[in-house]
Design a protein around this ligand. Structure first.
Ligand code: DC
Length: 233
């Protein structure tokens, strides 16, 4: 990793508020925002589109070796393109959400995506959100956060996202999908979801977006001052 670059790691389960807070923190600090969940979703989307059985690790890995992955920054956020295509909102569809934990549990898929995630420091200072950012991808960053919220609050939030995108689904189905994903993400052998050593834990159910953003930014500034770092303004 480029030592002169600052990385802010924001981990947590699905619908914990990571994306909204990460985007907001990145905007406030002028950092580039990276959503690593969208990268695992994009690989899952590509496999489904190509008729690859996502339960077949060898087939998924084979597909990943044949595609070209590239990146673009649009409005402060990194987009991962596969064979030149950015899948956009298609990665949020239930058919992708239902399978992404299976693909994200494949060690070789993680190895390839982690390599790409680390390479993004060439873009400058980053706010990176995911499950293993503080524990595996950037374990040496001093700026680590773990966002969480009550499962019912998270299910309601995700249901709202689906409704806004005109995707028909029930609250029950959403809650079940979150539960299943939490279980697979937390119990997998490689880079499971966990609170990274030294991470600051924030329950986003207790605060609005502006308050969460302020908590994160204030914390970073305090730590940065204590460390004598000069990259934050
Ligand atoms: O944050 P999200 O819901 O978009 O994540 C989609 C899936 O990808 C989820 O099952 C967890 C997985 N993921 C992961 O394993 N590691 C990451 N760094 C980010 C996401």
């Amino acid at each position: 990793m480029n030592e002169s670059v600052t990385v802010i790691a924001i981990d947590g389960p699905s619908a914990s508020g990571k994306s909204t807070v990460s985007r907001s923190v990145a905007k406030r600090l002028g950092f580039v925002h990276v959503d690593t969940g969208a990268m695992y979703r994009a690989v899952t989307w590509k496999a489904i589109e190509g008729g690859v059985n996502v339960e077949d690790n060898i087939a998924v890995i084979g597909m990943l070796h044949t595609v070209k992955i590239s990146f673009a920054v649009v409005e402060g956020t990194v987009r991962m393109l596969i064979d030149g295509v950015w899948p956009g909102d298609a990665v949020r569809e239930p058919r992708v959400a239902d399978k992404v934990s299976i693909v994200a549990a494949i060690p070789e898929v993680r190895e390839i995506l982690v390599h790409h995630q680390r390479s993004l420091t060439s873009l400058g200072n980053l706010v990176v959100e995911g499950r293993d950012i503080g524990s595996v991808v950037f374990p040496h960053t001093p700026y680590k956060f773990y966002l969480d919220a009550d499962p019912a609050v998270r299910a309601q939030r995700r249901q709202k996202d689906f409704a806004a995108a005109n995707i028909q689904t029930s609250t029950d189905a959403v809650a079940k999908n979150l539960q299943t994903r939490d279980r697979i993400d937390s119990q997998r052998a490689t880079a499971p979801l966990q609170i990274a050593l030294g991470a600051t834990v924030i329950d986003t159910g207790h605060f609005n977006i502006d308050e969460c953003t302020k908590i994160v930014v204030d914390h970073i500034r305090q730590q940065s001052t204590r460390r004598g770092a000069t990259t934050l303004s």
